[in-house]
Design a protein. Structure first.
Length: 179
């Protein structure tokens, strides 16, 4: 007598909030393992994240910093952008920051002699690192940074001729006076 009501009471059970098809419908047997790793799955992508380009999400990226320097008299500003960057975005950032340093980095004594040359050498190393990476596609829905023209096709970079001319003048003066 009690059996038929029980059987019919099993019917409505799937409609219960506890047996919502999305949650437990797939979970019972394999879901035992499913939910457990998903609790640990969150740290796993962050473990991969530092390797992906921070600008476009491309998978092969190098974690290297790109610098720029601004120096006016005693005011100095040390700028940098942290990686990781992929090949395309890395080259884009190096070109942009290097042009900035070539334009704004010379106008204080320490900047001229120490910090801006250091910045340029650093960016050369960065450029070599990024240019050795394989080209990689950006993550879906994202794009590479605009690489733009090479540094030497950017007019602002030629401001570097002023400190170079000055250095040549200083050296030639030293040579003339010593001989
Ligand atoms: Zn990128």
């Amino acid at each position: 007598m009690a059996t038929p009501p029980h059987a019919s009471s099993h019917g409505p059970v799937p409609g219960n909030p506890y047996s919502a098809p999305g949650e437990y419908g797939q979970a019972p047997a394999p879901g035992n393992y499913g939910p457990t790793p998903s609790g640990y799955a969150a740290p796993a992508p962050t473990g991969h994240a530092p390797r992906a380009c921070r600008a476009c999400g491309a998978q092969s990226a190098a974690d290297f910093k790109v610098r720029a320097h601004v120096g006016f008299l005693i005011m100095m500003k040390f700028e940098h952008l942290d990686g990781p960057f992929c090949r395309a975005c890395g080259i884009a950032v190096v070109r942009q920051m290097t042009t900035r340093a070539l334009f704004l980095g010379w106008w204080g004594p320490l900047s001229l002699v120490i910090f801006n040359p250091f910045t340029l050498v650093w960016n050369l190393v960065a450029y070599l690192k990024f240019s050795r990476l394989p080209a990689s596609a950006p993550a879906p829905g994202r794009t590479h940074l605009d690489t733009g023209p090479p540094v030497l096709r950017r007019p602002l970079a030629y401001v570097v001729l002023i400190p170079i001319a000055w250095a040549v003048w200083i050296i030639s003066q030293a040579v003339t006076h010593s001989s």
